[in-house]
Design a binder for this molecule. Structure first.
Ligand SMILES: *Cc1c(COP(=O)(O)O)cnc(C)c1O
Length: 388
């Protein structure tokens, strides 16, 4: 049977058109875009074209606000480290308790090695940011605020445009990790006060190992990687031209499929959620029902071990995840679900435009038996493994 892939927040399938757009840069278009000859100029033009395709997707005012990087992780690191370097008198960072490890691990490292103070703003049981705590942490000591646009585990969306306005009032830079939001939500950065934004190719049907950092014009930026003059002196190293061409095409396709994402993909997600809740008692949807990505279903199950469901589904060719890929398998509860004080195991199904109704039907067909089996193994007495 054809595998059913419902783990698109971990990574997505490269769109066939993206692969086609990349191939010439492994063949006759192999030149270095910095070279002065005609072959180089043609590749350089392709890089410029990809920059414009990304500019259109996120609604940036200028194409030179976009710098290609190796992915979401590098973009996050570059944004935070640049802000600290640009404002040596400001030594605090405001972030949330539910960020991706690309932000949280860096913050912990900075706390340990650089005497940076980090405010990790908590969330409530629906995963919504504690706005009072956010306001209280904003002072002129803050160099940068880094709050994700949408959470990778729950799909909960934060009000980043408003949060950026508040950060501006104390003169702090505002960065958002928008890796899960770009391509799924319409964006118009030029009408916001967001200074920096991270995105990643492989979360929007582009290749792995390519991403971008948006830096608004006028923001004082200090590069993370030192070397040559590539990317307007913002990111040294010969450009990943196949990746850049692929990301550009992925951005153009994302714009084209945006309506599909917010209608068809959302209705598939809702059918999956509704079907599970209706068929299986002791289940509920995790995360703010009003502000959520259209593709993500995070469902909690009473009286089962969180890894059990993905494991049994995997044996019959269905891919999903418990919490996030970065924490599952480690036996540690997800930091996102812990921050939400979710008492039960949770499973994340994340959809994309290549999913079909048949995919959803197959999951709905097998889920009751799988959950029943796990519940009969574990019983419901004390010692039943659940999230702390
Ligand atoms: C996947 C992800 C990242 C990391 O992006 P890479 O390109 O894999 O480095 C960062 N933040 C979020 C929210 C993500 O989902």
């Amino acid at each position: 049977m054809k595998p059913v892939y419902l783990d698109n927040n971990a990574t997505t399938r490269v769109d066939p058109a993206v692969l086609q757009a990349m191939l010439p840069f492994f063949r006759d278009q192999f030149a270095n875009p910095s070279s002065a000859h005609a072959l180089g100029a043609s590749v350089s033009a392709a890089v410029r074209n990809a920059r414009r395709q990304l500019q259109a997707l996120i609604g940036a005012e200028f194409d030179d606000e976009i710098t290609f990087t190796s992915g979401g992780t590098e973009s996050d690191n570059a944004a935070l480290l640049s802000a600290l370097e640009a404002a040596p008198n400001r030594t605090e960072i405001v972030t949330s308790a539910v960020e991706h490890p690309a932000v949280l691990t860096l913050c912990a490292h900075l706390e340990k090695t650089r005497r940076v103070k980090v405010h990790r703003i908590p969330v409530d049981c629906l995963g919504r940011l504690d706005l009072d705590a956010y306001m209280a942490a904003l002072t002129p000591r803050v160099a940068i605020v880094s709050i994700m646009w949408a959470n990778n585990e729950t799909g909960v969306i934060f009000p980043v445009a408003r949060l950026a306005e508040l950060a501006k009032e104390v003169g702090a830079l505002f960065h958002t990790d928008a890796v899960q939001a770009v391509g799924k939500l319409p964006m118009d950065l030029k009408s916001t006060l967001i200074d920096m934004l991270s995105l990643s190719g492989h979360k929007l049907h582009g290749p792995k190992g390519i991403g971008a950092l948006f830096v608004k014009r006028g923001v004082n930026f200090h590069s993370l990687i030192k070397g040559g003059h590539q990317e307007h002196n913002r990111r040294a190293g010969t450009e990943n031209t196949p990746g850049i061409a692929g990301l550009g095409t992925a951005a153009e396709l994302a714009l084209k499929f945006m309506d599909d994402e917010t209608t068809r993909v959302k209705s598939l997600r809702d059918r999956l959620e509704g079907g599970i809740l209706q068929r299986i008692p002791g289940t509920c949807v995790t995360g703010d029902p009003l502000q959520r990505l259209p593709n993500t279903a995070n469902i909690s199950f009473e009286h089962v071990d969180s890894d059990g469901i993905p494991l049994l589904l995997s044996r019959i060719g269905i891919a999903c995840s418990s919490g996030s890929a970065c924490t599952s398998g480690s036996l540690e509860p997800s930091h996102v679900l812990s921050a939400m004080k979710t008492p039960h195991a949770a499973v994340r199904f994340s959809l994309a435009r290549d999913n079909s109704e048949e995919d959803i039907d197959r999951v709905l067909e097998v889920m009751p038996a799988i959950v029943g089996k796990l519940r009969s193994f574990f019983g419901s007495g004390p010692g039943n493994p659940v999230y702390a």
